[in-house]
Design a protein around this ligand. Structure first.
Ligand code: SAM
Length: 210
């Protein structure tokens, strides 16, 4: 996976490549998909949700530019795979998932693998985790209709927010960097994610906002 899908593309952060080589992705997918765990695509994880394509995990992680001492927030725990990658690269990871069954499964496998620097919250991640803010990095692994203001203001000075934004079935990956009270927004690449459902995301039935 690393040699064929990541290194030949634009993944050059050595620590990201090492983390992706180390974390056993097959343990994060249902048994019936384990033989496909290292293929270049997302896979179903139950509850109509997916584990993201390895390349997209690598791109988003690389954008956070982690050095090892950061506090990182992930919105959308899903299988727990991205949280494991982040836990290899940062000091502490806070991860929020709205579907209890998924966070329970993720917590179990991450415990079995021995990760002690990941903290879990069940609920609406569009509100962030104010009690633990500020964060050096925030990664949103579901597609948002717009960038939630709540998340921007939970960034530390110089912090990075990586988030897919756009219509329900196709989005643009954004990197937002905080400089004091300014937020620099950069477009990175097109992508497709399941919807971010919550107060500052999509409504269950479809977005009815502005
Ligand atoms: N990062 C995950 C992984 O490594 O497996 C993949 C995440 S999956 C593409 C998106 C996840 O975001 C789903 O599990 C979904 O339930 C969750 N989600 C959607 N809206 C959310 C919200 N408002 N708060 C927290 N999680 C949310």
């Amino acid at each position: 996976m690393v040699e064929k899908q990541l290194r030949p593309r634009d993944i050059s952060d050595r620590r990201v490549l090492e983390a992706m080589a180390k974390v056993p992705r097959h343990l994060f997918v249902p048994p019936s998909y384990q033989s496909q765990a290292y293929e270049d695509r997302p896979l179903p994880i139950g509850n109509d949700q997916t584990i993201s394509q390895p390349y997209m995990v690598a791109v988003m992680t690389q954008l956070l530019a982690l050095q090892g001492e950061e506090r990182v927030l992930e919105i959308g725990t899903g299988s727990g795979y991205q949280a494991a990658i982040l836990a290899e690269l940062a000091r502490v990871v806070f991860t929020i998932e709205r579907i209890p069954a998924l966070i329970q499964k993720a917590r179990k496998i991450l415990q079995v693998l021995g990760y002690e620097n990941i903290f879990f919250l069940t609920g609406d991640g569009t509100k962030g985790w104010p009690e633990e803010a500020p964060f050096d990095g925030i990664i949103v692994t579901a597609g948002a209709p717009q960038i939630p203001e709540t998340l921007k203001w939970q960034l530390a000075e110089g912090g990075r927010l990586v988030i897919p934004v756009g219509p329900r079935y196709t989005q643009m990956l954004f990197k937002v960097t905080r400089k004091e009270n300014q937020f620099l927004e950069e477009e990175v690449t097109g992508c497709v994610f399941v919807p971010l459902v919550g107060d500052f995301g999509w409504q269950e039935e479809g977005w009815t906002g502005p």
